[in-house]
Write a protein that binds this ligand. Structure first.
Ligand code: SAH
Length: 228
């Protein structure tokens, strides 16, 4: 067995399963995705650490447990189209793709979007990475069976629930005071929304607009870039 695969197994047994994640689809996906591919080379030895890791541009790849928990809270039926806000490294998107989901992921920083798109394609994942402001969702590919926000949001954007199908869930780390978020799960039903709260957490902030690097100037406007 490849060394990273053994490390992934150990990570699951020490960090994920003991904290109550039981969905075998999630555990299997965590075992099959090599997290070292999603962190800078010098951090590869720490890839399975029990916390977030820097990925450049002041951003982070989330703690493995947080990835597993948010995925579980989405309660995904097979082959769901999932919208992720905050592609970052692409690790969360890879986990969802590995579970057989159809993933659209939006990232505001052009260099991160491009790196994640290339990485996911190289690893064989069919994920549509969009460079744009995720507060607007990605209406071109809506509706989504689930929406996952992976940055700390000051409020729930209307676009997220508008682009969500009935029966689908939005999971978002909502800022409840500066420096502290709590995971909100919002289920869309014909009769309205049903909210429930999960764990407290800390994410990098959801920011307005798109990050300024040259990448956003060489193509169509934000929100219209797809890898496939
Ligand atoms: N899911 C990622 C981790 C996300 S870190 C992973 O698996 O690696 C949060 C990401 O959200 C950062 O890359 C940040 O640039 C991005 N982000 C912040 N505000 C955003 C916005 N308005 N739209 C899209 N992405 C945003």
């Amino acid at each position: 067995m490849k060394p990273w695969r053994e490390r992934a197994r150990r990570m699951i047994e020490t960090q994920i399963r003991p904290r109550g994640i039981r969905d075998t689809r999630i555990l299997a996906a965590l075992e099959r995705v090599d997290r070292t591919e999603f962190v800078p080379e010098d951090l590869a030895p720490l890839a399975d650490a029990d916390g977030p890791l820097p990925i450049g541009e002041g951003q982070t790849v989330s703690q493995p447990y947080m990835v597993a928990l948010m995925t579980e809270l989405l309660a995904l039926p097979e082959r769901t189209r999932v919208l992720e806000i905050g592609t970052g490294s692409g690790y969360q998107a890879a986990i969802l793709a590995e579970m057989g989901m159809e993933v659209v992921s939006v990232e505001r920083i052009g260099s991160l979007a491009r790196a994640a798109r290339e990485r996911l394609a190289r690893l064989g994942y069919r994920v549509s990475v969009v460079h744009g402001d995720g507060r607007l969702g990605v209406p071109e590919m809506a509706p989504y069976g689930a929406v996952l926000v992976t940055a700390g949001a000051p409020r729930v954007e209307r676009a997220w629930t508008d682009q969500l199908s009935e029966g689908g869930r939005l999971v978002v780390p909502l800022v409840i005071q500066p420096g502290l978020e709590r995971l909100l799960v919002r289920l869309k039903t014909p009769a309205g929304f049903q909210d429930s709260w999960s764990e407290y957490c800390r994410f990098v902030p959801l920011l307005p607009g798109t990050g300024n690097d040259s990448y956003e100037h060489d193509g169509p406007p934000p929100g219209s870039r797809f890898s496939k």
